[in-house]
Every structure is written in C-alpha cells, then in structure tokens.
Design a protein around this ligand. Structure first.
Ligand SMILES: O=C([O-])C(=O)C[C@H](O)[C@@H](O)C(=O)[O-]
Ligand SMILES: [Mg+2]
Length: 443
C-alpha cells in the first residue's frame, strides 16, 4: 500500500438527510410518521476511502452536524478523541433544549449535551468505517476485537394500525393515502400481538420479545404479555410503556407479570420513581430513558433504580463511548443491553460491531430494523436465528446504494417541513385532531 493510499486525512464530509418509510407503530406519545428523518454521514479521506455513519436526521441534529462537518477537513479519521472535542464545542441554540421530553425519541429530558453526542455518534461511526477500510480491519477489531461471532436481537413488537391515516395534502383537498404500504396486519389486541410475534419468529427466528406498551390501559397490555407467554412458553419477554405509569400501576403490572418478564422497561418516568418501583417489583427494571448520559448514572445506580441499561450508541456518543458505559455498568453490577429507535442498516451494522466486543451482554438487543422496508445499502443485513453475523470485512462491511440514498434524499427535499422533525403526537393528530401528548403518569 502506498503512503497516499494510507492517508487518513479527511478531505470532505457529506451530510445527506433522508426520509425513510416507517409503519404506523403506536407508542404512548402517538404514532410513527409515515416517513422518519435520518442523517447519512459520508467522510472521505485523502487515501480515497469513504466511511459511512448514520444518526438522527431531525433539524435540531442537522443544525449541529453542519458546523461539525465543516470543521473536519484536514483532521484525521483516526483522531476520534479530537472529533469528540470538536463535537463538544458545537453551539446549540437555546430553543433546541427547552426542558422537555424529547418529542420524538422518548429519551428523557432533552439537553445540549445529548444532541451533541447523537451527532457525534454518526461521525464517529463514519470515521471508524473509513479507518477500518484503510487498514483492512473490521470495526470490531478497531474496538479491541470480537468476543462473539453473532449478536442476538429480540423481536420488537408494536401495537400498530394496518395503514397510516390518510392526509389532506392541500387545504380542502380529499385525503390521500400516506406512507408506503407494508404487508403487516393491524395489531391492536393480544391476538394481533401474538400473530405479529409469530411472524417475527418465522421470518427472523427471534427468541425473545419486547412489546412497546403505554398505548392501551395496563390491563390490556398485561393480557397481551400473558398471551405471548402462553404462545411462546419460556421465552424472555419485556414490556416498555416509556414511563407512562405511576409507581402504583407499575408495581401492579410487575406483580401480574413477574413470572414471565425478563425485565420491565421504563415503567415510570424519572429515576426516583424507578427506584421506588425497583425496591418492590421483584423483576429487574431496564431503562433507555432515565440513564442516557454519564451525569444520570450516579443517582440511578446508587439508588438501585435500574438493573439493565439499554445503551444506544446514538445516545452515548458512539461505539467507543458504548464500551466505556459497559465498563461503568460492570463496575456497579448493572447489566447492559441495547436500545433502538427507527434506524437503517448502517446503524444496525454499527450496533452489531460494538455489541460483538462487549463481553457481558446478557440480553438480546433491540432493533427496529425489521420494520424498515427501505434502506440505503446495496444489501440488507440479515437476521438468522434472531442474530446478525458479525462482519469481518474491512470497516463496517456495508456498501452504500447511491441511487437509493439519492431517492430518499429527494423525498426529504420534497417535504414541506411537515415530516422533517419526528413528532409522534403530530402524526397522531392526523387520525385524532384532539390528540395531545399525554401527561405522565398516564395510568
Ligand atoms: O425502547 C424505547 O424506549 C424506544 O424504542 C423508543 C422509541 O421511540 C419507540 O418507542 C418508538 O419508536 O416508538
Ligand atoms: Mg425503552
């Protein structure tokens, strides 16, 4: 290899926001939009290599990604600590961080630091991809090497409608069908959830199930989990209402489902409520809401509020930060698994690489990927027996499909701004104009 081919200097960064088809999946805030924003990051080196990364694509992330992209040419894709410092210096406008719950991500309170880390994650993955391609090493090798050959994922079940509600595109015009049709049925009761789970097992071989709750009154969701337990005896089950319940309701649900739950995920909002539940639940509590930054760890871990942290490299600032989180969790005897939001194959590849390197990953990771009918890769990643094989190809081991990327970007360009910022409550108002984001506890 000539010196020039090994040149790791960044010569260009391309940011491509896209809108990706998303089914009408229900959660406690509302329903997924017909299309959801993601940002694809491409980082080119003087050695002629292009690394790819993916993160949230809402405007508040794009606002930060643009100055970070502009600051990188001339730096090296191997300078990941420098990248983190640069990301930490990007200014965040005050209106971006009102002290509210993030409208799209169900990620606890929004802060400037969280926004910066999410942007950093997409850039870090792109740098690691470029570095790995240059050195001829897979990303997991750059993280210290794999400790497993396959990463297990769980089936992420959602209450859902068959189709998105029709939208009137122009005032006074007749409503038009929204989004891309898929082949899934509506799932709005225990039988629908069991049918959905069966299809996940048949098509992907998943061995454990997570139900997104907080949609219907708790007794209905208890019945759905019971139906899953009856249909799939002995399989690990999880229920996640995204903080929608009171402490009392959470303890009631824990009591009803203790014998079948692997863990209960974010039953109530806030570390203090979680700690009160954890003291009596008799079932481990997991979170991707009350522990999403380092600052949130001390109170949560010392009060025993959570037993499983659902890490997410898009939250924590990338793959290396995920490994640092794993070490902290190990220190406190807290388990680690992985959370997911709507994402494409680049992020699934990144999750799989880092998950392959974490020794004590005792629970199957979450992934929305089966719900995504569209991707920007030439080849989709495949679940076999519920697992994704860890790639040994240089970098992430994925190839961008530039035509698909351009088509999904065209959709983003054509949008009038309605869908460029994920807002599940606004999407729900298309079906129910009176809908407002429910206050918590909802039940
Ligand atoms: O585990 C979680 O909390 C999530 O996956 C959050 C997501 O926003 C999920 O609820 C969704 O996409 O509706
Ligand atoms: Mg969750």
């Amino acid at each position: 290899m000539s010196t020039r081919v090994k040149d790791l200097t960044i010569t260009g960064v391309h940011l491509t926001p896209v809108l990706v088809a998303d089914p009408p999946l229900l959660n406690t805030q509302g329903v997924h939009q017909p299309y959801t924003p993601r940002l694809i990051v491409q980082i080119e080196t003087a050695g002629g290599v292009t690394g790819v990364g993916e993160t949230y694509g809402d405007t508040k992330y794009l606002d930060l990604a643009r100055p970070l992209a502009a600051a990188l040419p001339g730096t090296s894709v191997s300078d990941l600590n420098g990248l983190a410092l640069r990301a930490g210096q990007v200014a965040v406008a005050e209106e971006r961080v009102e002290d509210g719950v993030d409208v799209g991500g169900l990620r606890g309170t929004q802060t400037a630091g969280k926004l910066r880390l999410s942007v950093l994650s997409g850039f870090e993955v792109a740098c690691l991809d470029a570095l790995g391609q240059t050195l001829g090493l897979p990303v997991h090798a750059l993280l210290g090497g794999q400790v497993r050959e396959r990463v297990e994922y769980s089936a992420y079940l959602f209450y859902r409608w068959a189709d998105h509600p029709a939208r009137a595109c122009r005032p006074g015009a007749a409503p038009e069908p929204a989004g891309e049709p898929d082949e899934w049925q509506a799932a709005l009761d225990p039988a629908g959830i069991v049918a959905q789970a069966r299809r996940f097992v048949d098509e992907y071989g998943f061995g454990s199930f997570k139900l997104k709750g907080g949609v219907f009154p708790p007794e209905e969701e208890i019945a759905a989990v019971r139906a899953l337990a009856d249909a799939f005896p002995g399989r690990p089950l999880r229920l996640d209402p995204n903080g929608a319940w009171s402490v009392e309701t959470s303890l009631h649900v824990a009591n009803e489902l203790r014998d079948v739950l692997e863990y209960l995920e974010d039953p109530a909002s806030g570390t203090r409520a979680m700690a009160r539940i954890a003291a009596h639940a008799g079932v481990p509590l997991a979170t991707n809401m009350c522990v999403t930054t380092l600052e949130e760890i001390p109170e949560a871990f010392t009060s025993g509020a959570v037993q499983v942290v659902l890490s997410d490299h898009h939250y924590w600032g990338g793959l290396r930060a995920t490994r640092e989180l794993a070490a902290i969790c190990r220190t406190f005897g807290v388990a680690l698994s992985m959370h997911s939001n709507t994402h494409l194959g680049i992020s699934l590849a990144a999750m799989t690489h880092v998950a392959a390197t974490v020794p004590d990953l005792d629970h199957a990771c979450d992934s929305h990927y089966p719900w995504q009918t569209e991707d920007v890769l030439t080849e989709r990643l495949v679940f076999r027996d519920g697992c994704v094989d860890v790639s040994d190809a240089p970098g992430l081991g994925v190839q961008l499909d530039h035509d698909r990327l351009a088509a999904l970007h065209e959709r983003w360009l054509a949008d009038d701004g309605t869908l460029r910022d994920r807002d599940d409550a606004a999407a729900m108002r298309v079906a129910d104009p009176e809908w407002v984001t429910p206050s918590v506890p909802r039940w």
